[in-house]
Design a protein around this ligand. Structure first.
Ligand SMILES: [Zn+2]
Length: 277
């Protein structure tokens, strides 16, 4: 190949690559620096991306050499009107911390009165729940490289989106963990698809969540699908955005068929609505 043609073709390739990067960089979740939200923090230019941590958890960094940005998940338990600090290690050895001011967001509280037996778990179920929590905590800490697909997630099944993320539930005066995902109303058997391209990192039958799948999309972005009636993918399998992974069901502790859809960033659940069009 003559040199002129080679340079011309490389220029074309670089041009289209930078276009692709720009498209990826533009599709970001909706920024909402509140408990349960996502902060988008500009980090500035550098030949290579910096390594960012929040509370010892690695944080997603996207962009290009002209402009890197940290995409930070803010835990629901974060105090309103407080300040978080992310640590940034630049490739040239420079380290610094940046403050993230966290605003306020009031989530609703739901008080429920049920039979005492439905609140307190039996010793056997309590032990099962503890085992499952420890396992899921480990899975939630997954951070792999690179980010596989888009940050614009696809709604995993048709149906009305509830806005119950963050809802604090109190059973007979005892508070439970706040609702960590979005419930999608859909009949049993409705096909559930992958919200983005990724890899299956967990598949199991859980006490509260029933049949549940977790996908890793890279850079700490995970999605979770609970109460499934069928799971059609295995751990380690790669999936494309929109490819079928299971079916809506009513497994686990639920009152009716629906999909519980969760989105995680740097090991904390964040509001899925920020990632959906
Ligand atoms: Zn739910």
């Amino acid at each position: 190949m003559n040199r002129r043609l080679f340079l011309y073709l490389s220029a074309l390739l670089v041009g289209s690559l930078s276009k692709i990067t720009k498209v990826l960089a533009r599709v970001l979740p909706k920024a909402s620096a509140v408990p349960g939200g996502v902060a988008i923090v500009p980090l500035g230019p550098s030949g290579h991306p910096p390594v960012v941590h929040l509370a010892e958890k690695r944080v997603m960094v996207v962009g290009d050499e002209k402009r890197w940005q940290a995409i930070v998940g803010i835990a629901l338990a974060t105090k309103e009107n407080s300040t978080l600090r992310i640590s940034i290690e630049w490739p040239d050895g420079d380290d610094l911390t940046l403050p993230i001011p966290v605003g306020s967001k009031r989530y609703a509280t739901q008080e429920l009165t049920v039979k005492p037996g439905q609140v307190n778990l039996s010793e056997k179920n309590l032990q099962r729940y503890r085992r499952e929590s420890a396992h899921l905590k480990r899975i939630r800490g997954t951070f792999s490289m690179p980010l596989v697909g888009s940050l614009a997630l696809m709604q995993p099944c048709p149906g009305k989106r509830s806005s119950s993320f963050g809802l604090r539930r109190v059973f007979n005066g005892q508070s439970r963990n706040p609702h960590s995902g979005m419930d999608l109303a859909a009949p049993e058997g409705t096909s559930v698809v992958a919200a983005a391209a990724g890899r299956v990192i967990d598949r199991g039958d859980y006490f509260f969540s029933g049949n549940m799948l977790l996908l890793d999309h890279g850079q700490g972005l995970l999605t979770l699908y609970a109460h499934l009636s069928a799971m059609d993918v295995e751990v380690g399998e790669r999936v494309e955005q929109g490819s079928p992974i299971g079916k809506v069901g009513a497994t686990g502790r639920v009152t009716g068929a629906h999909l519980h859809f969760g989105v995680y960033l740097n090991a904390v659940p964040v509001d899925p609505a920020l990632f959906l069009a």
